[in-house]
Design a protein around this ligand. Structure first.
Ligand code: ZN
Length: 320
């Protein structure tokens, strides 16, 4: 069941709990009330009650407007395709029927329907999910909806389905909230500030700029605020999709433990401190109702088996 958003098209959705149909005047005043509450939640007034059920997240950064979304999504797709090509050449792309690929695609299929609530462009995204047979502990979702997991995060952390959904939700949230777009815009404006000749603000050669920057999309480091936002939005996406939000806490506890060994790339950009875990814990009640009412996944998947050592490209096949 969908629950109302900040500005529901039909105010009646507000009463998805049992209530008689409101009169016109009460609907109008309810709409006014909703509007006010939405403004308060989106604005800078701090601790106002949330106007919608779910996590409290404000407007997208103003900076995102400096770079066209379509350009960032195109760069994301291009970078993703390059990575897929490289992985394919190195026989490191798991086949479509691999149990973990099936698993991730099944989980993504449950999360994706809730994405357009956060970004209407996501309705048109051509979502893809792939797994790279690499021991690295990493995962990302490119602007435009291209999701990649590195096998290491699945098997080293022995992620449950709920925890996979939290990682995936987090990464999807970065894409939906356009954190890369914000980061690129900020990079561009910083350059302008130091006097570099650039037409970024005029969008003159922004395509070239992003083409050049495409490789950076994979290695972007988001701000602590972006990370926190991705945690919360991701947790809500997963809860609506029927995954236990408490898994966000166990996930980051596992991350923290993994970080005590050799620090992985993902952990250097995603510090798993007590603050992060406490933030998630504090927000669990905000998504508890969504999770309670969400249909739960019927199919549950096995935890990833240890990654098999890579086969040399020239190795003969079985029976050859
Ligand atoms: Zn992140």
């Amino acid at each position: 069941m969908r629950v109302c958003r900040i500005a529901p098209r039909k105010p009646a959705i507000v009463s998805d709990h049992v209530e008689p149909a409101p009169s016109l005047s009460s609907r109008v005043s309810r709409r006014a009330l909703l509007g006010t509450a939405a403004l308060l939640a989106a604005g800078c007034t701090g601790k106002q009650p949330p106007a919608r059920e779910g996590v409290p997240v404000g407007d997208k950064s103003w900076f995102t407007r400096l770079v066209p979304a379509a350009e960032v999504e195109a760069a994301g797709t291009q970078q993703y395709l390059q990575l897929m090509q490289q992985a394919g050449q190195q026989h490191a792309l798991l086949p479509a029927l691999h149990p973990q690929v099936l698993r991730l695609r099944a989980i993504a299929a449950r999360l994706i329907p809730f994405a357009p609530q956060w970004n209407p462009r996501a309705e048109q995204w051509r979502w893809e999910v792939n797994v790279i047979a690499s021991p690295q502990l990493n995962a990302f979702c490119m602007p435009g909806g291209k999701i990649v997991f590195f096998y290491g995060i699945l098997d080293k952390l022995k992620l449950s389905d709920d925890e996979v959904a939290m990682v995936m939700g987090h990464e999807i949230a970065h894409a939906l909230r356009e954190h890369a777009r914000e980061r690129l815009a900020k990079t561009g404006t910083t350059r302008l500030a130091v006097g570099a000749v650039s037409t970024l603000l005029g969008f003159g050669n922004v395509g070239d700029t992003l083409l050049h920057m495409g490789g950076q999309l994979l290695t972007l480091t988001f701000s602590r605020e972006d990370e926190s936002e991705a945690d919360l939005v991701g947790m809500e996406l997963a809860a609506r999709a029927g995954y236990d939000p408490a898994a966000s806490v166990s996930l980051w506890q596992k991350m923290a433990q993994a970080g005590q060994g050799a620090p992985a790339a993902f952990l250097s950009t995603h510090p798993s401190g007590n603050t992060r875990i406490a933030d998630l814990q504090r927000n669990l009640p905000r998504v508890a109702g969504l999770y309670a009412r969400a249909p739960k996944p019927v199919e549950r998947f096995e935890v990833a088996a240890p990654l098999a050592p890579p086969q040399p490209a020239s190795a003969p096949g079985p029976g050859a």
